[in-house]
Write a protein that binds this ligand. Sequence first.
Ligand code: HBI
Length: 98
Amino acid sequence: MKPLSDGERAEILPALDGWTLVEDRDALHKRFVFDDFNAAFGWMARVALVAEQMNHHPEWFNVYNKVDVTLSTHDANGLTRRDVELAQRMDQFAAGIA
Ligand code: HBI
């Protein structure tokens, strides 16, 4: 799996909603905040099914209504299109548009 090129990064990353580059590794981070734990965990459950279908899994940490997510591709030791795709799916679920 090839990491995103500089051109792809310049094009794709600014278009992601609220995702930032992690300082000490080639990864994306976003904190999702939900109304309560039920909403947070329900979102995680939906994402988990998609992650399994994609065979591409998030690194995430949940406390009550917040979920901190870090995306990177282990096999590429960096960001790939799979991370972008999963980030977009996560945003769609969180926005209730999917
Ligand atoms: N998830 N984020 C991420 N990165 C990977 O490289 C990855 C994964 N889930 C499953 C997976 N790779 C498998 O292809 C390998 O563990 C065999």
